[in-house]
Design a protein around this ligand. Sequence first.
Ligand code: COA
Length: 162
Amino acid sequence: MGRKVQITQMRRADVKTVFGLQSEFEAFLQGLTANTRSTNAAARRRLFLRYGFGRKPAFKCLIAKMGGVPVGYICYHLGFDPDEMSGPVVYVIDLFVSSGARGLGIGKALMNKVAGICREEGGIAVYTCVWKKNRKAIGFYRSIGADWVTDVPLMRWPKDRF
Ligand SMILES: CC(C)(COP(=O)(O)OP(=O)(O)OC[C@H]1O[C@@H](n2cnc3c(N)ncnc32)[C@H](O)[C@@H]1OP(=O)(O)O)[C@@H](O)C(=O)NCCC(=O)NCCS
């Protein structure tokens, strides 16, 4: 990694700038699939603050800065996988590196930080979901040593059906 990258816990004050990265992410996803995040940016920001930085945070985020400028972030939460009852697991729910800062090792550094947190918690694996069309991200995850979970497809039960 050439220029120095700092990775720290994301704070409330970072959220505004992170949403600049999130809209870049949104545009990136839109290019991949029509089925994008359903709520608009302002509503998502409110939810992000409420569930990430409220009294009972549902997830945590790390932010990567280069020369003080945010260039990437990762969000994750702790969980359990019944097939891996030998310890907790960490789910990565969002990972993004700004297009101008890719290929510098920032994505890997963010994943490594989360892997370190997983290890500290006694965890045994890091999980993530990735769009099938996102070939670059798949290449990235494979290059760091992740592999497909092929026999456990994700199911979704939306609230209007319960
Ligand atoms: C995927 C993403 C996070 C990778 O971040 P990055 O900072 O560019 O990746 P890094 O520079 O840390 O790359 C780390 C390693 O992955 C490898 N890698 C990166 N992209 C790759 C690809 N498409 N195919 C194979 N290997 C790849 C690099 O060669 C590097 O290997 P090395 O350590 O042996 O040199 C970034 O491209 C991104 O934000 N993409 C858009 C958003 C996205 O898809 N997020 C994931 C959603 S699930």
